[in-house]
Write a protein that binds this ligand. Sequence first.
Ligand code: HEC
Ligand SMILES: [Cu+2]
Length: 366
Amino acid sequence: MRKPLFNGKTRWQVVVAGLLLGSFLLTACGENSPSILNTFGPVAASESFLFYVILIIATIIFVLVEGALIFSIIRYRERPGMPNPRQIHGNLRIEVLWTVIPSIILFIVLFFTIQGLVNVATQPTSSNTLEVRAVGHQWWWEFYYPKYNITTADELHAPVNTIVQVDLYSNNVIHSFWVPALTGKTDVIPGHNNMRWFKADATGTFLGECAEYCGAQHAHMAFHAVIQSSDDFNTWVSTQQQAAVTPSFALAAQGKQIFMGQCTGCHGIVGDNLKGYDDPQVKCNDPAIACLVGPNLTHFGARGLIAGGILTNNRDQCSPGADLLRRCHLAQWLKDPQGIKPGNDMVVNLTDDQIQALVAYLESLN
Ligand code: HEC
Ligand SMILES: [Cu+2]
């Protein structure tokens, strides 16, 4: 007799280890992680519909085929003294059937696929389409609104129930624009300006990510799609159109001075080193213009994320104090951007006092 692969005790150990390892498969199912199946707009909905169509068809085929296989293995297994089964090689009827049936099934899948492609590709014409240019940098997203002439980073704001046309630009490597709850991935290719549209059915903040490997910090190139009521969106736009506020207290004024001395090589603040959003350096997506390396910080204090979402902007923890570096993410970023996001383009060397002042200034920029 053959020896069993595992004896009783080891078999249990294998089962337990298998269950524990298998549970890793489910660890990505956190409540807050975005899912292509939990959709908030027609583009993502049509993509997840296609997923279900294929899943259902594939499941039916799997059950039928595997069922027939298992049935045959058991029912027609070899028993002592059984003759050879009847040979059906070259049976025309069976050959035709198992060519025609799969073809029909594939045509059904093709039909839904083409329908989905058309749905996703055809941007509905609407008089109040919002145009946004999304620029993929290494490693953060910049959003420029041609109609309003404003630029921001890390947050794509848009009104609910509005067609949003996203023009995709890169002047470096290929990125991919993806907001799982709102729209599937579209490549962002240097020199080839792709376009993606979406519409959100509900207000809320949805996570976006870069979906094409673009370098060491590719995984930290996230953004928020902030979907607002049209009133809230209009308020946001008019706030963004303002120049940065003048510092209202001494520490912030000191921060502004440090910004002017050490940060303007890479960052812009309208009212400080930029005259307005008309400044050519703002329209960074035009490859003909040598643009600024870092995000526009004019209204940094109002943003929720820092540097492609590697940190949240927890400004309520950023009031001045001795333990600032322990509480405030912005202070941590300014202290050691290379430690937090190795390889990114920001290199600074600041004293803790300078950080206090810069945090006071930047977080005051609503
Ligand atoms: C050599 C260029 C460079 C210099 C100098 C520089 N930065 Fe940056 N900064 C960047 C880049 C690039 C990023 C984005 C990094 C990323 O996400 O990969 C960034 C990100 C930031 C962010 C996060 C912005 C956001 O919207 O996510 C803040 C805040 C910031 N820098 C502040 C400063 C301050 C204050 C100074 C001056 C003391 C400074 N930086 C100097 C290049 C620079
Ligand atoms: Cu990227």
